[in-house]
Write a new protein. Structure first.
Length: 191
């Protein structure tokens, strides 16, 4: 038993199918075979096929590998096209739970040219354990609660409530919470 309701299971299945369809479409636009994508990502052809068919959902680390290979941002993949949404209700935002990192990402996407932001919550003494994040766009982060350590390539920045940081495009970075309280930060894609 997963603790989810049948309605939540159906919604999760629908989301996995939509994600897979977007990934397949992006791969085909790049004129890549699934075998080539496998070589670029290090992920098996079978796993990638299952992901594109909505049979399996990728971890954040695997989704990052696929997006990097396709040279697109995760926001491009998780977005809902170019329709502008003036309001995104609390239950409508995409939630990505990363239990191995004690982290949750809430992605709020307004559509239209990828106007989006993420709220990242990290439990105390936790760090992101998956691949180093790297995006083809600039980012800005604002710490709303607790502490957040961001390492950009070899430079480490320790941020507290009210602090902000700018991260240039294509700079590898990791995040962690060395503090004793929950860290909550808001991340903006700067395009």
């Amino acid at each position: 038993m997963t603790g989810s309701t049948p309605g939540e299971d159906i919604a999760a299945g629908r989301a996995a199918t939509q994600l897979g369809e977007r990934l397949r479409s992006l791969r085909k636009k790049k004129v890549l075979t699934i075998t080539q994508l496998s070589l670029y990502t290090g992920l098996s052809v079978g796993f990638l096929s299952n992901m594109e068919n909505g049979i399996s959902s990728p971890t954040v680390a695997n989704l990052t590998k696929v997006c990097n290979a396709l040279n697109v941002s995760i926001l491009d993949v998780l977005g809902e096209g170019d329709a502008l949404h003036e309001i995104v209700r609390d239950g409508e935002a995409e939630i990505i739970d990363v239990p191995e990192s004690s982290m949750k990402m809430k992605i709020v996407d307004f559509g239209a040219n990828h106007r989006a932001f993420s709220v990242i919550t990290i439990e105390p003494h936790a760090r992101r354990v998956d691949a180093v994040a790297m995006h083809p766009y600039d980012e800005a982060v604002y710490v709303m609660r607790g502490e957040l350590a961001v390492t950009i390539e070899e430079r480490r920045f320790e941020l507290s409530r009210g602090d902000s940081l700018f991260i240039q495009a294509n700079c590898g970075h990791t995040i962690e919470n060395d503090g004793t309280d929950v860290s909550e930060s808001i991340w903006f894609a700067v395009r």
